[in-house]
Design a protein around this ligand. Sequence first.
Ligand code: PLP
Length: 390
Amino acid sequence: MDRKIYLDHNATTPVHPEVLEAMLPFYKEGFGNASSIHSFGREAKVALEESREKVAKLLNTDPLEIYFTSGGTESDNLAVKGIAWANRKKGNHIITSKIEHHAVLESCKYLEREGFEVTYLPVDRYGLVAPDELKKNIRKETILVSIMHANNEVGTIEPIEELSKIAKENGVYFHTDAVQSTGKIKIDVNSLGVDLLSLSAHKFYGPKGAGAIYITRGVRLTPLAHGGHHEKARRAGTENVPGIVGLAKALEIANRDMEKEDRRLKNLSERFFERIKEQISDVYLNGHPELRIPNTLNLSFKGVEGESIILSLDLKGIAVASGSACTSGTLEPSHVLSAMGVPPDLAQSSLRFSFGRSNTFDDIDYVVEVLPEIVSRLRAMSPIYQKEKA
Ligand code: PLP
């Protein structure tokens, strides 16, 4: 059995061949350091600035507001800690949600140890943050609101426009982690109304270790790393030119193909869910039925451990995730599902299917062929499930 089906595109994606092609010259003859003043350096600098212009245009902003980083984790850390440190005199209160990625949550926990106060907003059963909750929790000491655009585990899309408006009305900076939405749905920083936005290339067929952050002009922010004056002194360190070129190319391709690919992925995941429901009983959808990025489907299979299904599917060449990749391997139920009020047993039995470019309707049919047998075998071994069904 050589068939390999990858259904874990929210963890990472393969580099698109056109992206790799765009990057390669900058590992070879175009290897210069963008800070050098000779021709090698100038060539790298041109590529760097052209990439910045491309990214800015695709996000509907100005190149002066785009800063390259090593990925989503760094961008999130820079946004949360950078704003907190630079605005300490103004206030010590930050608002985020319970379902953020650990890059935001752990940055907030770190700041709490430094004396900042953090409010973790609840979400409803679909994973949505209520604008009224935000309104209620803003105080005069609040300096930052950080709410993600799309959730990595369940795909729910937050009402960022409404939330950022509330922050703006109160003179509070608004950051969004758009790592899972960038490349999947249209991102326009102006219509989102955000002050800061994080993205990461490897989630949209770009290279790993390349990311960016949009920071609107005039935002006060302390850098994480000190050294050279790279990235307008906000992010010291020699720029990863091949990675940045790859990021810009990947974003361009994602935008070029978005409409068609979104429709295809939506059809693929809908057909998959329909067929799974026909074949397997006691399956529940986690996340919003409509306000969801089109490639993500998080399902709970009552009575079985998600991890056991993953291992059985892996033996058949099928790759899926339980919760987020970062929390797999721990026995704790996902913090996202817990915050949504999913009972612990159903949270433990959840699987995340995240579809992508390589997936075909044939792949889906194959998974639907093997999954029911795996679930019923595992359920037959579960005394609790058997007792409930008796
Ligand atoms: N934020 C979200 C929502 C993510 O899904 C991820 C990656 O899983 C990150 C941040 C971290 O991004 P990176 O892997 O580029 O550090």
